[in-house]
Design a protein around this ligand. Structure first.
Ligand SMILES: Cc1cc2nc3c(=O)[nH]c(=O)nc-3n(C[C@H](O)[C@H](O)[C@H](O)COP(=O)(O)OP(=O)(O)OC[C@H]3O[C@@H](n4cnc5c(N)ncnc54)[C@H](O)[C@@H]3O)c2cc1C
Length: 443
C-alpha cells in the first residue's frame, strides 16, 4: 500500500482533525478563517450527519439529504482546508501521526481527535447482530426500510402479525429511545393511515405494538419528575407501551427476551440503550474511561501530549462539578470552537485557556405538539406545544446550512399542517430478507 506522510509545504502550522462531526467540523470552520494555519480534516464519510434528527429519517419524516451535509461544501472556499474521505485506524499520540485503512499517514503539529461515539450493547447476547442501532445515516435508512418492510409484509400476509411483524421493541428510554418511540407511534397512528381508508387499505395498523423497555424507573432519567410523567403520558397516547425496571437479556432474529422472563416476538429491535466512544479509541494508545472516552485536561488537551486534543463524544470532558459533561451536540460544538481557540493561542505562544461550557439546557421531542424542555442552567421547564416549538427552533438553528433549515421547515410544515410526510419508500431490499420460521413460538 502507498504510504504518504503529509509534510509541511511551508511554514504554516498543520492541524490534523479526525472526525467531521459537530466537534471536528466546528474546529475546522474556526481555524479555516486563519490563513496562517493549514487544516486536514479526515472523516470516513464525506458528509456531516446530524444525529439528533436520525429518528426523523427512520420514520420517513425527513429525507436522508435533509440531515447530511457535504464536508467539502461546508468548508469550501478555504484554500487552507483539505478534506480527505478516509478511515483512521490508529493514532500515535507521541508523533501525532495517524494511520488510515487506505494505507496513508497524516502528521500534524496539532492533532484533534473527534471521532464521536457508537452503540454500546453492554455484551447483550445477539444485540450486535440482530438489533438496529441509530447512530448514523446508514442506521436510519436501514431502520426505515425495516419498518416499512414489516408493514408491507403484514399487509400482504396478515398471519405474519402473529409472528411479530408489527411488534417494535425500543431498548432504552433516554431521549433517543423516547423520540423514536413517539415518532413510531405518530407514524403508525397517523401518517400511514392518512385519508379515509389509509394508505394500507385492509391492514389493521392498530394491531401494531410499540414497546419501550428500560432498566431504570423513569423515562428521560435526566429530566425532572414532572417532565418524566408528561413524557410517559404522551407516549401512552401514541400507543407506546412503556416497560420500566426491565432489561433486554437477549436479542434473536425474531424475538427478544426480557429480564422478567417474557419473550416477545419481533423482527425490529431498535437499540438506544447506551453509547461508547467509536472503535478508534481502542487504538489511540491513550487513557480512556469506561465508555472508551479519552480523558482530557481542562484545556481539552490529552495529559502528557500538549499538541493532542480530544473533543465531543470522543472525550471525557469534566464540567464545573467535576462530573463528565453529557454527550450532546452543544458540548461537541462548543468544545470544537474552544479547541480551535486554544490551538491559535498555542501558535501565538500564549497560554491555553480552560474550557467553559455554556449550558443551554436539555430537550426531547415526544411527538406532534408534545415535547419537554429544561432551558438554561436554571432549567426553566417547558412542556407541550411551546416546548415543541422551541425544539423545532433549536434544531433548525443547529442545522448546518440555510438550505437545510428551509428544507427541514418545509417538511415539518407539511407534516404539521397537512398531516403528511415524505413518501414511505422502501429502498433497501436487504431489510426484506426475513426467515419467518426462525422464531415462531407464541409470545
Ligand atoms: C439518535 C441520536 C439523537 C441525538 N439527539 C440529540 C439532541 O437532540 N440534542 C443534542 O444536543 N445531542 C443529541 N445527540 C448527541 C449528539 O448528536 C452528539 O453528542 C454529537 O453528534 C457529538 O458530536 P461529535 O463531533 O463528538 O461526534 P459525531 O457527530 O458523531 O462525529 C464524529 C465523526 O467522526 C467520524 N469518524 C468516526 N470514526 C472515524 C474514523 N475511524 N475515521 C474517520 N472518521 C471517523 C464519523 O464519520 C463522524 O463524522 C444525539 C445522538 C444520537 C445518536
Amino acid at each position: 500500500m502507498t504510504e504518504s506522510t503529509e509534510q509541511e509545504p511551508n511554514s504554516k502550522k498543520h492541524v490534523v482533525i479526525v472526525g467531521g462531526g459537530f466537534a471536528g467540523l466546528q474546529c475546522a470552520r474556526k481555524l479555516a478563517a486563519h490563513p496562517h494555519v493549514r487544516v486536514t480534516l479526515l472523516d470516513k464519510n464525506n458528509y456531516q450527519q446530524f444525529q439528533p434528527l436520525l429518528y426523523q429519517v427512520a420514520t420517513a419524516l425527513l429525507a436522508p439529504d435533509n440531515i447530511a451535509f457535504s464536508l467539502r461544501g461546508t468548508l469550501g472556499g478555504h484554500p487552507n482546508v483539505d478534506v480527505k474521505m478516509t478511515e483512521v485506524v490508529s493514532v500515535d499520540p507521541n508523533t501525532r501521526v495517524v494511520q488510515t485503512a487506505q494505507g496513508h499517514q497524516y502528521q500534524g503539529d496539532f492533532l484533534v481527535l473527534a471521532a464521536g461515539s457508537q452503540a454500546n450493547f453492554f455484551g447483550t447476547p445477539g444485540a450486535d447482530e440482530h438489533s438496529y442501532p441509530l447512530y448514523s445515516l446508514h442506521d436510519a435508512e436501514r431502520l426505515r426500510s425495516r419498518l416499512l418492510a414489516m408493514v408491507e409484509y403484514a399487509d400482504r400476509d396478515h398471519s405474519l402479525i402473529g409472528k411479530g411483524a408489527l411488534n417494535f421493541v425500543i431498548v432504552g428510554a433516554g431521549p433517543t429511545g423516547v423520540e423514536t418511540a413517539g415518532a413510531f407511534g405518530d407514524m403508525l397512528q397517523t401518517a400511514l393511515k392518512r385519508g379515509s381508508r389509509g394508505i394500507f387499505s385492509d391492514l389493521a395498523l392498530d394491531k401494531a405494538q410499540i414497546l419501550l423497555v428500560d432498566g431504570g424507573h423513569a423515562v428521560l432519567s435526566a429530566f425532572t419528575p414532572a417532565a418524566q410523567t408528561y413524557a410517559a403520558k404522551m407516549l401512552e397516547e401514541r400507543g407506546v407501551q412503556v416497560r420500566l425496571g426491565t432489561r433486554v437479556k437477549e436479542v434473536g432474529s425474531g424475538h427478544v427476551v426480557l429480564s422478567d422472563g417474557s419473550r416477545i416476538l419481533t423482527h425490529t429491535v431498535i437499540w438506544a440503550g447506551g453509547l461508547k466512544a467509536t472503535q478508534l479509541s481502542n487504538n489511540v494508545g491513550l487513557k480512556t474511561d469506561r465508555g472508551g472516552r479519552i480523558d482530557v485536561q481542562a484545556d481539552l488537551t490529552v495529559p502528557g501530549f500538549a499538541g493532542v486534543y480530544a473533543l465531543g463524544d470522543f472525550a471525557n470532558i469534566a464540567g464545573k462539578d467535576g462530573e463528565p459533561l453529557p454527550q450532546l451536540a452543544s458540548v461537541a460544538e462548543q468544545s470544537g470552537k474552544w479547541c480551535a481557540r486554544n490551538i491559535l493561542l498555542d501558535i501565538a505562544g500564549k497560554p491555553r485557556e480552560s474550557f467553559r461550557y455554556l449550558d443551554k439546557g436539555i430537550m426531547a421531542m415526544i411527538g406532534r405538539n408534545a415535547a419537554v424542555a429544561e432551558v438554561g442552567e436554571h432549567r426553566h421547564e417547558l412542556q407541550g406545544t411551546i416546548a415543541f416549538a422551541a425544539w423545532i427552533g433549536v434544531h433548525a438553528a443547529l442545522l448546518t446550512s440555510t438550505r437545510a433549515k428551509i428544507e427541514a421547515f418545509v417538511e415539518w410544515a407539511w407534516e404539521y399542517f397537512g398531516g403528511s410526510r415524505g413518501d414511505p419508500i422502501l429502498d433497501r431490499t436487504e431489510e426484506l430478507r426475513i426467515d419467518w420460521d426462525d422464531d415462531s413460538e407464541d409470545t
